[in-house]
Design a protein. Structure first.
Length: 350
C-alpha cells in the first residue's frame, strides 16, 4: 500500500496497514539543501527539492508544496519580511479602514512572486511523486483571511459590532475572501495538489465562541469547501474539540487538532464523520529526545488509532525550524512500528 492509498483509506475509515504519519514540515528542507531559509522559501524549485529530500530521508506519507501561508496576502498587495530562522511576516496592513472593504478588488491569486513559486513547487512534486505520495497545498480560510488583511483587532471589532447591530461590511468582506480562497485552491489543484489544508485560526475555540462559529463560520466553510474539487483538511490552529461536531458537517475530510484537544474524546466526537490528525505540541518538540518522542507516539496511537480515521502529526501550523530532524525521524519510524494495525489488534487482544 503506497502513501496515497493509505491516506485516502485512513480518512474514509477504511482498513489500512498502518497509521499514516505526516510531519508538518514547511522549512526543514532548507537544512537538507544547506541553503538559507529566505532563498528556500522564495523558490518553488528549492521547495520541491527540499520536500523530495525530506521524503527520501524520512519516508513519511505526504509532501507539502507551500513554504508558509502568509504568502496568501501577497496578491492583495502586502509584501513580506523574511528571516533566516523562521517564516516571514507581513510588512503592511492592506485594509486600514472598514470603508475600504467596498472598494478592494479580489486579486488573481497567482499575481505575486510567492504564489507563482508555490504553484511551481506543487507542479514539480506532483510530477515526481504524485503517483504514490499525496501532494498537499494550503491556504488561509476565508474567515481568518480578513484578520490578516486588516489586523485581528479591527476584524474582531467588525465581527462583534455586526453581530450586535446587523450587517454592514462583514458579509461583503467574507464573500470577497471566499472568492479568493476558492480561486487559489483551484490553481493549486490545477498544478497537482491532491488535498488542501485550510488554516482557520480566528475561528478556533481559542478565539471565538461556538455560537459565533455556528453563525458565521460554519455556513461560510460549507459554501467554500463545496467549490474546492479535492478533499479539504480543516486546521483550526487552536482548540477544535468543542466545535469538532460542527466541523464534521462542513465537507472537510480531516481535522487537525490542537495539543490541548483530547485525542480520545475527539475520536468519539467525530464518530466516523470526520477523520482527525495531530496533535503533538509543536513547541515542546523543540525539547524532545528520542525516548520522549517514542512515548508520545505510543500514547497518541493508543488514544486515536483504533477504528482507523487517524493521521499522526503535530498541531498546526508547522513543526518549528529548530526541532531536530532526529526527533522528526523518530516520530515517523515509531509510527510505522507502533501504528501498524496488525500490532494494534494484537496489543488490544492481550
Amino acid at each position: 500500500m503506497n502513501s496515497k492509498e493509505r491516506l485516502i483509506r485512513a480518512v474514509t475509515f477504511q482498513p489500512v496497514d498502518r497509521v499514516p504519519v505526516i510531519p508538518l514540515l514547511l522549512t526543514q528542507g532548507s537544512k537538507l539543501l544547506n541553503i538559507d531559509l529566505p532563498s528556500y522559501q522564495k523558490s518553488g524549485r528549492n521547495i520541491a527539492k527540499g520536500q523530495l529530500k525530506l521524503l527520501e530521508r524520512l519516508e513519511h506519507d505526504a509532501v507539502i508544496g507551500i513554504p508558509h501561508i502568509v504568502q496568501d496576502l501577497t496578491p492583495w498587495g502586502s509584501p513580506l519580511t523574511y528571516y533566516k530562522n523562521g517564516s516571514p511576516t507581513l510588512s503592511k496592513i492592506v485594509i486600514r479602514k472598514a470603508e475600504e472593504i467596498k472598494e478592494i478588488k479580489v486579486p488573481d491569486p497567482a499575481n505575486s512572486m510567492e504564489t507563482r513559486e508555490t504553484l511551481i513547487a506543487i507542479n514539480i512534486l506532483a510530477k515526481e511523486v504524485g503517483h504514490h505520495t499525496p501532494v498537499i497545498g494550503g491556504l488561509i480560510a476565508p474567515f481568518s483571511l480578513p484578520s490578516m488583511l486588516m489586523g485581528t483587532g479591527p476584524f474582531m471589532e467588525i465581527l462583534i459590532n455586526e453581530d450586535k447591530n446587523g450587517d454592514k461590511y462583514l458579509k461583503l468582506l467574507l464573500d470577497k475572501c471566499k472568492q479568493f480562497v476558492v480561486a487559489w485552491a483551484k490553481k493549486m489543484v490545477d498544478q497537482g495538489a491532491d488535498m488542501i489544508v485550510m488554516a482557520d485560526g480566528i475561528a478556533s475555540q481559542t478565539v471565538i465562541s461556538r455560537r459565533l462559529f455556528e453563525k458565521y463560520v460554519l455556513p461560510l466553510l460549507k459554501e467554500t469547501i463545496k467549490e474546492i474539487p479535492v478533499p479539504v483538511v480543516y486546521e483550526a490552529v487552536g482548540s477544535a474539540q468543542g466545535i469538532l461536531d460542527l466541523i464534521a458537517t462542513t465537507g472537510a475530510v480531516l481535522a487537525i487538532l490542537d495539543y490541548s484537544d483530547h485525542l480520545g474524546e475527539c475520536k468519539k466526537i467525530a464518530k466516523g464523520k470526520i477523520a482527525i490528525m495531530g496533535n503533538f505540541n509543536n513547541i515542546e518538540m523543540l525539547y524532545w529526545n528520542r525516548i520522549r518522542t517514542l512515548l508520545e507516539v505510543k500514547k497518541a496511537i493508543n488514544k486515536a488509532a483504533d477504528g482507523y480515521g487517524y493521521v499522526l502529526s503535530s498541531q498546526g501550523p508547522e513543526i518549528p525550524f529548530n526541532v531536530p530532524l532526529e526527533v522528526i525521524e523518530t516520530m515517523v519510524h515509531a509510527t510505522k512500528e507502533f501504528g501498524n494495525y496488525h500490532y494494534i489488534k494484537n496489543f488490544n487482544n492481550i
